[in-house]
Design a protein around this ligand. Structure first.
Ligand code: UT7
Length: 328
């Protein structure tokens, strides 16, 4: 049986740090409120002239370097993002050109915070079908560009960043990606979305004046569904692999809010030391949270051969997804 295994991980965070104390000067908020309600202490903000494709390219280069695989050997690039450089063509094509990955075809995938895990699911199916052997999966965002910096309900929550993995085909392998699961429910669209400027609401002076370009979220409604969906998708992944919570070496949930992580971990009976948390340093970077955390855990030596690693995400759409990896 062919399985996709992770051959390398990489990430790239912008240098500029914005703390909660910096935000106190912008909106009516406090460090105490943000830390208590979200666990976030600081986030990274892309520099002027630094785009989603730049962060994605650097994360991908680091993953390729770790894998020891030249960009020319990549068959496919899948990039999860809601903040691509252009409405079209895809940011994945920009990254392909930046990397010199001449033999890859490349596309963006729009699944909000689940974008990286949706990408992992597509890439795993691609490899298992025998269609190609080496895939780059990236989650990259510059959410700071679509935040309303006068809205304390949203601007304190998000940040910029990118993470990537290189997947390669492994024949008759007991390790690698054991399962991926993906779900959507479009009936929740308006709890978390960007109203303009797609073709439904084209750019206009009125649209700019009413802030239609900014991310909108009904936080406490999203919170409830997020905990429920992350719990369900995590249990689904465990059951599909005949595993229980104690078999998991590391659980990496989407990093949106520490309270969501804790509530989910409690429901699926995961102990605090099994859960990877970096939301305090980066806030919610949407599709980038999971590959960034995976790269950090990998480079910190937290992942050993045969460890079971559970990844679970939830985001706008709504979308939710999981991946269970036996580390190699
Ligand atoms: O990545 C995909 C999914 N996204 C998420 O999973 C995010 C999910 N939601 C959340 O993380 C939380 O709901 C929030 C952090 C957004 C909000 O926390 P909450 O405990 O649900 O607070 P709330 O929205 O119920 O607001 C409580 C109060 C409100 O004041 P009143 O109406 O009670 O007077 C808000 O206006 O807190 C106020 N508030 C703030 N106060 C200080 C909201 N934002 C702020 C702020 N600083 N930044």
């Amino acid at each position: 049986m062919i399985r996709a295994r992770i051959a390398g991980t990489g990430s790239c965070m912008p240098e500029k740090v914005m703390t909660n104390f910096d935000l106190e000067k912008l909106v009516d908020t406090t460090n105490d409120w943000i830390v208590t309600r979200t666990g976030i202490k600081e986030r990274r903000i892309a520099a002027e002239g630094e785009f989603t494709s730049d962060l994605a390219t650097r994360a991908a280069e680091r993953a390729l370097e770790m894998a020891g695989i030249p960009a020319s050997e990549i068959d496919l690039i899948v990039l999860g993002t809601v903040t691509g450089d252009y409405p079209w063509p895809s940011t994945a094509c920009i990254v392909q050109n930046n990397l010199g990955a001449k033999n890859a075809y490349a596309y963006d995938l729009s699944a909000a915070c689940s974008g990286f895990l949706y990408g992992l699911g597509c890439a795993s199916d691609f490899i298992q079908s025998g269609r190609g052997k080496k895939v780059l999966v990236i989650g990259a965002e510059t959410l700071s560009r679509i935040l309303d910096w006068t809205d304390r309900n949203t601007c304190v929550l998000f940040g910029d960043g990118a993470g990537a993995v290189v997947l390669e085909a492994a024949e008759n392998s007991e390790t690698g990606l054991l399962s991926t699961h993906m779900h959507s429910d479009g009936s929740y669209l308006d709890l978390l979305y960007q109203p303009g400027f797609g073709t439904r609401m084209m750019p206009s002076v009125q649209g700019v004046e009413t802030g239609a370009f900014f991310l909108k979220m009904q936080g406490n409604e999203v919170f409830k569904v997020a905990v429920r969906s992350l719990t369900d998708i995590s249990n689904e992944a465990l059951a599909a692999n005949n595993l229980s919570a104690e078999d998991i070496a590391l659980f990496i949930p989407h990093q949106a809010n520490k309270r969501i992580l804790e509530a989910t971990a409690k429901r699926i009976k995961m102990k605090e030391e099994q859960v990877y948390v970096n939301v305090h340093r980066y806030g919610n970077t949407s599709s980038a949270t999971i590959p960034v955390a995976l790269d950090e855990a990998n480079r910190a030596g937290l992942l050993k051969v045969d460890d079971n690693v559970l990844l679970s995400a939830f985001g706008g759409g709504f979308t939710w997804a999981s991946a269970l990896i036996r580390w190699s």
